[in-house]
Unconditional design. Sequence first.
Length: 147
Amino acid sequence: MFHAEPKPDLCNCLALRKAARHVSQLYDRCLAPTGLRVTQFSILARLHRQGPQTMGELAAQLVLDRTTLTRNLRPLARDKLVAVRNDPRDGRRRALSITAHGTERLRVAAPLWTTAQKRFEHAYGGTDSLALRGVLAKIANLDLAAG
């Protein structure tokens, strides 16, 4: 039976989510003139760097469930920034690719993303930011399903 009131400052998940929301708000504010949210910017950047991918591949790389990925893709597809087609390797799967319009939006958004990146690094510290990305990558790769 649960007797004690949980202490939010002891909850790893809450601490990570609060920090992520706080930082996401900075990036979203900086990217606002482009109409992109940081999650959408990340999708465009990944597709630009790595080329066409299936929804499953992209979801795994971004550590998103398919429902969240679909929700983020909807406005990108609607605005013709991302093309969604049958995967030529397997017609049952959907392949995603960035369009010319998406590449142009990414080009316009990139300096604004850089502004957000610099603001965060100025506030948190460049060396600490690098170390933080290393720690977060380690967390993202943990096998938390195992006992």
